[in-house]
Design a binder for this molecule. Sequence first.
Ligand SMILES: NC(=O)c1ccc[n+]([C@@H]2O[C@H](COP(=O)([O-])OP(=O)(O)OC[C@H]3O[C@@H](n4cnc5c(N)ncnc54)[C@H](O)[C@@H]3O)[C@@H](O)[C@H]2O)c1
Length: 438
Amino acid sequence: MIQDYLRRIDERDYTVGIIGLGYVGLPLMWTFHKKDMPVLGFDIDTHKVKCVNEGKSYIKHLGDEMMSALAKSDICEATTDFSRIPEADALLLCVPTPLDQHREPDMSYVVNTTEAISKYLRKGHLVVLESTTYPGTTEDVMIPILEKTSGLKAGVDFFVAYSPEREDPGNVNFNTERIPKVVGGSGEDALTLAKAMYDVAIVQTVPVSDCKTAEAVKLTENIFRSVNIALVNELKMVFAAMDIDVHEVLDAAATKPFGFMKFSPGPGLGGHCIPIDPFYLTWKAREFGVHTKFIELAGEVNTAMPDYVVNKTVAGLNKFKKSVNGSRILLAGLAYKPDVDDMRESPTFILMELLEKMGATVEFFDPHISFIHPTREHEKYNGKKSVEWSKEVIQSFDAVIVVTDHKAVNYDDLYDWSGLIIDSRNVYKGRNGKVLKA
Ligand SMILES: NC(=O)c1ccc[n+]([C@@H]2O[C@H](COP(=O)([O-])OP(=O)(O)OC[C@H]3O[C@@H](n4cnc5c(N)ncnc54)[C@H](O)[C@@H]3O)[C@@H](O)[C@H]2O)c1
């Protein structure tokens, strides 16, 4: 049966359905569209669907041109109507995989989406999970739901694969198209079909033995980052106590042409991936009686970083005979990383809470985020606005903490206008005086 689908993929007569049009799904839509593959996007968020169809941007770094091209295209459309699932030949799930309040995997988005598509599953469908998750999700969670509701059999009537998303929002060197894609299939036909589909749009596909191996690849990549970031964060604190600049050390160490990879210390982890994904493995490992000591230690070190920044702020204010209590503190940067508008899990929120608890008045400035969109975790900040960027406003703060190093911020002006700067991103390399490294 798959020969017919392979031919249709080749002839671009194969519709790719993308479910979840967020930071991952939207660029994926664009990537297939650029290769003339028909794309049908699904989301439960009516605002996003409307934006795609009307060419309005809702993820700043992706740009307006892409959105207007998608809106004008006659091979691309977005919808909230899941009864149109049968129109798509492949269904790529790009839905959130957060942690719940007990810091355990919240599989509700994957389960709800799988249930929604299972009602409309038809023979020949290829279902690919792209969301980051623990090994076993695709085969042990999704396939039983799909088979039960549809009465169809995976590997015979329809095909299932897992292909982790490695999208790095805001990275100008590597967009979705240029990042090799790992694919694991539940059976050979599923792998062949999924690989053929991704080969149309992505520079290279990397087949692995099965879905659980592909699931493990993604977690390994993010655990590698989390552990190495924790290591440089620890080194930062050790070297600071010895009056050694960790950034100078890391830059010099990075000149070694082999056996060293540079990671940068910071004010704490942020984003939808690195603070969360490692704990998907920790949770699953418990079922096998195995402890993930490295992951938990890295989590501990990284989670303590906002406290370190607060301690530096206390020390900085102290020099001016001021206390945090009663001070006005500006957090420069709300996005969790430079040049994007994504504030999920940003350490800025933690800093805001810690400093407010100590009696400070805390504001933020971010050139990419004019106000705080509603979040479940930090409800009290919903709607809070970025302060105006002016000498008068910046001068009204007792201390500024650089949390995110956006290119769009004029750090020379910030330096001139501030009395005390706590720099957690090394934007003031080599400058001392009013700058305190954190
Ligand atoms: N953001 C990244 O940089 C990144 C990178 C690699 C992997 N990932 C992983 O990719 C997955 C998606 O992440 P994201 O950042 O794109 O999330 P996102 O929140 O930006 O987008 C998810 C989208 O799914 C939609 N959605 C939720 N439930 C749905 C349902 N039942 N049916 C249809 N749509 C639904 C939401 O409305 C939203 O638009 C996660 O597992 C994440 O860990 C993210």
